[in-house]
Design a binder for this molecule. Structure first.
Ligand SMILES: Nc1ncnc2c1ncn2[C@@H]1O[C@H](COP(=O)(O)OP(=O)(O)OP(=O)(O)O)[C@@H](O)[C@H]1O
Length: 497
């Protein structure tokens, strides 16, 4: 490993000689200069990591040299050497970017500590820069894939939130749709990218520890609080706090989060004064917050505050056109991770993957590709190792071709009727549900689609227990059907694919 280089600039020969000898003994590479002109020359050639600079030089002021050196290399550490009478200049030097100073006459042991401290600080700074760049690189690598119109809308919203420095953002969507990726994308594409992004999963931290985690505590706030400790809101200063699973935030804590979002201030546990919070708060949940508000489980005021900017992530089954590019993206990423050289998924495999409904969304798709890559020996992913559920989804679509089955496309949905038969009433109910789904619940449009009158439709909806509000009987719900997510529709023996 190369040695750290130190340039000692002092016109008093005895001082520079004793400093150089002591620093060399400590393992540094040292050079000396007795004037400003010589220092400038040596600075160019020797390229020091640290300069020890006397404030009073025969041909120039150490303060001038300090500015010149720092302008050339802003990461350079400079320690000023000053006579005690020159304390004002030392203060000026610190303001101009010097790291530290010591006075003459000096104790070599004390100087040694000043130098060690400077290099330790430099090492830590490098380490922090390294990890920050790593994180950034990681976030850049974690691309968000998708060309569907729904994902393009999501990308537009990410850009708007990042560019406008939105102070609160709510990300909603089913589990595995990419909420965490969106939160990172907002942070790393905004002016806050160089400050920390800190994630807290509200569901995984016990209620009694959450406040401490978020806001920190003062010394003596509780029995074990032997010193003041910063919480996430302070540690993320200038950056973003990502509160995942905000729906699981305890009700009491919600009021504190509301205060922090509204006033940009919070209080440490056991603290008497508010602390300023310069952070963007990104929240995410897979839960239905408006419903939770109605049920009194989530504060309405906090919901409205968070919901100012809402990014709603589409389910994977609603953007199946993205599946092929996602699969290729995961194949490439996993090739790199496992040192494999799989080229792609076969058309038949892709057909299976496109038929399946992906209740676990993109996370489930990624896991599926990973499993195929582990089991497949060849360069192309074949359907051989697909799970039974995924294979079943295609069988379901193909079965109608077998004797005794009926298959049809209706209102854009592929309907499969079982070989065991189906009652006319069940079929009628399902068609009404499909028509309502297609019309977004609009009864006039649904009636027109079914070539019947609105009154007839309403009569039949009532007959089948499909309520006007968009909900039908107890469990067999219109809500579930219109979401398009229910492979088993109202009749158990029917399947939509
Ligand atoms: N559009 C996308 N492009 C590429 N990868 C994606 C995309 N969306 C999600 N992923 C991947 O899917 C997995 C799940 O994503 P993520 O953790 O962001 O989902 P989530 O909505 O936060 O899930 P949960 O609610 O369970 O926390 C991750 O591996 C993520 O990298």
């Amino acid at each position: 490993m190369s040695k750290n280089r130190i340039l000692v600039v002092d016109d008093e020969k005895l001082i520079s000689w004793s400093l150089a000898a002591s620093l060399k003994k400590d393992g540094y590479e040292v050079d000396t200069a007795a004037s400003g002109a010589e220092a400038v020359q040596k600075f160019e050639i020797f390229k020091p990591d640290l300069v020890m600079l006397d404030i009073c030089l025969p041909d120039t002021s150490g303060l001038e040299l300090l500015k010149r050196f720092k302008a050339t290399n802003e990461d350079l550490y400079v320690i000023m050497i000053t006579a005690y009478a020159n304390a004002d200049s030392a203060v000026q030097a610190l303001q101009d970017g010097a790291e530290d100073y010591f006075g003459k006459p000096f104790n070599l042991e004390a100087v040694k500590h000043v130098v060690e401290r400077a290099f330790e600080k430099r090492r830590l700074k490098k380490e922090v820069d390294y990890f920050r760049n790593e994180l950034r690189r990681k976030s850049d690598n974690e691309k968000m894939v998708g060309n569907s119109p729904k994902m393009i809308e999501v990308f537009k919203m990410i850009k708007i939130c990042a560019d406008a420095d939105a102070k609160t953002v709510l990300i909603t969507g089913e589990s595995g749709t990419g909420k965490e990726l969106v939160a990172k994308a907002i942070h790393y594409h905004s002016a806050r990218a160089d400050a920390p992004f800190i994630e807290v999963n509200c569901a995984s931290i016990p209620e009694n520890l959450l406040e401490n985690e978020l806001f920190g505590h003062e010394k003596g706030a509780y029995t074990d609080a032997s010193r003041r400790q910063k919480g996430v809101f302070e540690l993320a200063e200038g950056g973003s706090v990502f509160l995942d699973e905000i729906g699981d935030m305890p009700y009491q804590m919600q009021a504190k989060i509301l205060k922090a979002t509204e006033t940009k201030r919070f209080r440490r546990l056991g603290g008497q004064e508010d602390v300023e919070a310069n952070v963007r708060i990104i929240t995410a949940t897979h839960q239905d917050l408006p419903k939770m508000v109605k049920e009194g489980r989530f504060r309405g005021d906090l919901f409205f505050r968070l919901n100012v900017m809402n990014i709603c992530l589409p389910k994977l089954r609603e953007r199946k056109e993205d599946i092929e590019s996602l699969v290729q993206y995961f194949v490439d990423a996993l090739n790199e991770e496992y040192g494999r050289s799989v080229s792609h998924a076969s058309p038949e495999t892709l057909e299976y993957l496109t038929r399946y409904d992906w209740p676990g969304n993109v996370r489930e798709l990624r896991n599926c590709v990973e499993r195929l890559m582990m089991l497949e020996q060849g360069k192309v992913l074949t359907p051989e190792f697909l799970s039974p559920e995924i294979k079943q989804s295609k069988v379901a679509a193909q079965e109608p071709d077998s004797p005794g089955m009926i298959s049809s496309d209706f209102a854009g949905e592929h309907i499969v009727l079982p070989s065991t038969g189906i009652s006319l009433e069940e079929l009628e109910k399902m068609l009404i549900q499909l028509a309502l789904k297609k019309s977004g619940g609009n009864q006039s449009k649904a009636a027109k689609f079914l070539k019947t009158s609105r009154d007839t439709l309403r009569y039949r909806m009532k007959k089948f227990g499909l309520s006007e509000s968009g909900k039908d009987g107890e469990n067999d719900g219109f809500e579930a059907s219109v979401s398009g997510s229910a492979p088993q529709a109202s009749a158990d023996n029917l399947r939509w694919v």
